[in-house]
Design a protein around this ligand. Structure first.
Ligand code: TYM
Length: 330
């Protein structure tokens, strides 16, 4: 059985994009792969966050993994800091990565455009991709399911793995990104030119997994559309409508074109209402399970079990690379 690994950095609340682009995929793939899903808590501190917010987000992320259907009996679910090898391999890999490569990461470039960047952005933020490479390579993952925005980081991981293998012998599997065909980039409802994101201050554009039905409906009904007045899938000319079609299609497991065929005769208001209904229907059982799980005493036990399964594998890989590069004496 091939190995698959992915994670989420819960630096804010999880949203519809995290669900469609990531968690929903993890749940499907756990049937057919040796699945590792972790919570990237170290990645969360690469940008400022308060301790209380961080702790809440970590607990929520785990509770939503479970509420969405990740099964701790089937998948290895763990917290990044519970396996110390992530940080250790992250440092080693940062010594195998060139500044030019990190400079080319779009996530870094976007943030590095801001004023006072040298006094705001941290070294941890800069080396974020090498820690992500460590997350993946420690488990010799064959596949990494991610949304579109993380593809570049997985490609850098491949380059690092190939470089290390060439220099020091066959150590790492070279992972492949797995990007869902429908919904790899869910856009903000209030600005379909921007990705839906958890760090967004303007919450009108983001549907959070925790949103009440009324809030979901309100956000969808006020989603930015266009003057064409025809429901059609045309991301260039009708990005808002196309985003809503993509959301519907991803939840329904159909193509955006099939969704278009279903709604092409409707006015925008009726179409939006159908999309809101579909999201509310999808989230209702997840939110009910989330409420049960988050208050239960099971979360600690699940993380402990996941870390127990992950640690020996991570330790084995770290040992191998330490030996190969000459860090170990015995
Ligand atoms: P993060 O936490 O930003 O996002 C988690 C996953 O959700 C996907 N995603 C989206 N997909 C579609 N539409 C959107 N609007 C949307 N927003 C987010 C992301 O592409 C991602 O797959 N660096 C990673 C976390 C990480 C990781 C890893 C992932 C750390 N180590 C190792 C995979 C393997 C991140 O910040 O994702």
């Amino acid at each position: 059985m091939k190995t698959m690994l992915s994670g989420i950095k819960p630096s804010g609340q999880l949203h519809l994009g995290s669900y469609i682009g990531a968690i929903k995929q993890f749940v499907t793939y756990q049937e057919d792969y040796h699945m590792f899903v972790f919570i990237a808590n170290l990645h969360c501190i690469t940008l400022p966050i308060t301790p209380a917010e961080l702790t809440d987000n970590l607990r929520d992320c785990l509770a939503f993994y479970l509420a969405c259907g990740l099964d701790p009996e089937r998948s290895t679910i763990f917290l990044q800091t519970d396996v110390k090898e992530h940080a250790q391999l992250g440092f080693i890999l940062s010594c195998q990565t060139y500044l030019g490569e990190l400079n080319r990461m779009t996530q870094y470039k976007d943030k590095a455009q801001g004023k006072n960047r040298n006094d705001v952005l941290t070294a941890g933020f800069y080396t974020y991709p090498t820690l992500m490479a460590a997350d993946i390579l420690l488990y010799n993952a064959d596949y990494v399911p991610v949304g579109d925005d993380q593809k570049q980081h997985v490609e850098l991981t491949r380059d690092i793995a190939e470089r290390v293998n060439k220099r020091f012998g066959q150590i790492f599997s070279v992972p492949e990104p797995v990007i869902t065909k429908v919904g790899a980039r869910i856009m903000a409802l209030d600005n379909p030119a921007k990705k839906m994101s958890k760090s967004e201050h303007n919450t009108k554009g983001t549907i959070f997994l925790k949103d009440e039905p009324a809030a979901i409906r309100k956000k969808v009904m006020s989603a930015v559309t266009d003057m064409v007045n025809k429901v059609s899938y045309d991301p260039v000319n009708q990005p808002g409508i196309s985003n809503l079609l993509t959301i519907y299609a991803a939840l329904e497991g159909i193509t955006p074109q099939e969704a278009e065929a279903k709604f092409s005769s409707l006015q925008y208001g009726a179409f939006k209402s159908a999309v809101a209904d579909r999201i509310i229907e999808e989230f209702a059982p997840i939110q009910a399970r989330y409420r049960e799980i988050v208050g239960s005493g099971d979360l600690d036990r699940i993380l402990a079990k996941g870390a127990e399964k992950a640690r020996p594998i991570a330790a084995g890989t770290l040992k191998t690379i330490q030996k190969a590069i000459g860090l170990d004496i015995f």
